[in-house]
Design a protein around this ligand. Sequence first.
Ligand code: T46
Length: 134
Amino acid sequence: MQIVKYVFQPHGDERGQLVALEEFKDIPFRIKRVYYMYDTADGFVRGKHAHKKLEQILVCIHGSCKILLDNGTEKKIVPLEKPYEGVYVASGMWREMYDFSEDAVLLVLASELYDESDYIRDYDEFLISVGAGK
Ligand code: T46
C-alpha cells in the first residue's frame, strides 16, 4: 500500500510561517468542505470508518496525532507531526485517528460535502466493499 504524503511549501519570513493550500495545485481535488477537530479527549480513537466516494487530505496543523490507514489487506500508520505535512486518504480506505497530543488540531480538506450515506462504519462491510471479505 502506497502512502501519499504531502510536504507543503511554508512561506516563512521574520514574522513567522504561512502555508497556503489551493485546490488542483497543492491539493489534487476540488475542496468542497473544510473541518477540523481539537480538544480530543485522551485515549480516544476517532474515525473507524471508510468512505465510498470522499477523498481527503489530513493536516495536523498544531500538535501531533497518528493516522491508521487500512485498505483491507494492509495497514499503515502515518504520524502527523508538522503543520506543513499532509496525508492523502483515498475513498475505500478505513481510517482511524488516535494518539492526539493535548494541543492537537487536525485539519481536514474534503472533496465532498458531508453525506452520512457515504460512510461505511461496519468493518466487515468495508472488507466486502474492497473485495477482501470472507
Ligand atoms: C473522516 C475523518 C478523518 C458534521 O456535521 N459535518 C461534517 O462535515 C463532519 C465531518 C462531521 N459532522 C458531525 C457528524 C457527527 O455528529 O460531527 C460529528 C462528529 O463526526 P464523526 O464522528 O464522523 O467524526 P470522526 O472524527 O470520527 O470522522 C471525521 C469525518 O466524519 C470522516 O469523514 O474521514 O474525520
